[in-house]
Design a protein around this ligand. Sequence first.
Ligand SMILES: Nc1ncnc2c1ncn2[C@@H]1O[C@H](COP(=O)(O)OP(=O)(O)O)[C@@H](O)[C@H]1O
Ligand SMILES: [Mg+2]
Length: 404
Amino acid sequence: MLGFFLISRRRGCGAGHLPMTDSYPLPVARIGIIGGGQLARMMVKAAKRLGCTCVVLDPTPASPAGQVAGHQIVGGYHDADKLRELAAVADVLTYDLEAIGTETLFELAREGAVIHPSPQVLATIQDKLVQKQFLEAHGIPTADFVEADAITPETFAAFGYPLVQKARRGGYDGRGVAVMRDAEAFARNLPVPSLLERFVPAAKEIAVLVARGTDGDCRCYPLAEMWFRGEENVLDLLLAPADIDPAIAQTAEDIALRTVRALGGVGVFGVEMFVTADGEVLVNEVAPRTHNSGHHTIEACVTDQFEQHIRAVLGLPLGSTEQLRPAAMINLLGAPGYKGRGTINGMAAALAIPGVCLHLYGKASTSPFRKMGHVTVLDKDLQSARAKAERVRDLIEIIGEEKL
Ligand SMILES: Nc1ncnc2c1ncn2[C@@H]1O[C@H](COP(=O)(O)OP(=O)(O)O)[C@@H](O)[C@H]1O
Ligand SMILES: [Mg+2]
């Protein structure tokens, strides 16, 4: 079956974006997913809808995605043997996080494995310094930066405050980012290889989800507006479509498309951006995967980001990104001060509100600000969706059994 699959994939797309061989032995494909978190969990659900089977690689047994896939290899994302084990049982490999050993992925690709987005794209993005250099080299507007060759008060002061220190690798959900307004904040420095970035006083943070198919076809979702928790820099509230000037929205969309075309990968990409008070659009970072800013697409768009990603990596035509209703989304974060097995309070009260769609990720334990689930609210207009989402945020609490 693998042979057939690769041949039909290699034939790629003919006229009108349709594969030349429109015939698939069932299951349509065996998809190997590196990373078993919530993004992979939602990807598995979409893949199964399209008649695929999934295998997940994750170090935590019964990971959120492993539970849904029904087939998990327990192992680390840098473990060459486990990555090979996954590749051996999959027709196509993809991932839900950046922190993967790319050396093994490059080897597998050389041996003929189909990996989307490509190891080259992942290698460029997973090191935030290399990513910024890539953006700069391709004329994509982004905040000024330097490599932090030493983590000392002097090097930080020489770059100048306010600044943002970012770990080159391994950061996510604001872990690996330190916003420093002045020299006193140097005490909170991250003792790891880093870059320093100019602090951007953003009026808004937005994200553009872009899907790119194997034939180069690119599609943007309507822009989403992101609001972050001040201290933790983790996404708190998302509104879509974003309430911004149409000319700025067009600029943002153009920049996002240029970015993804320059990278050249296949799949869904999340392009995070700052919009400054005077309307300047700067790329913050790019995620080579489905993205938190697209969770609402499950209920609000014709083709959700997870199905879109599966379509892309299988070389199938991309679906419509049209948004059918305004949507607000909140992340359900673990309550501060607790860890361990979680309890959700306020679930019934939240579900009693019309338009509320609840997603829980099946994580065995909670910790402060850990993403445990999300809620999307659809409504006739953005403001009422937002009001309901904020009510849900007050109603639902996820508490761990151990007090910290
Ligand atoms: N240069 C910057 N200026 C102002 N705020 C920033 C800057 N860089 C990051 N932030 C804030 O920190 C958040 C997380 O940073 P980001 O680089 O996106 O890391 P992560 O990989 O954790 O998402 C951003 O969404 C934004 O709110
Ligand atoms: Mg980010």
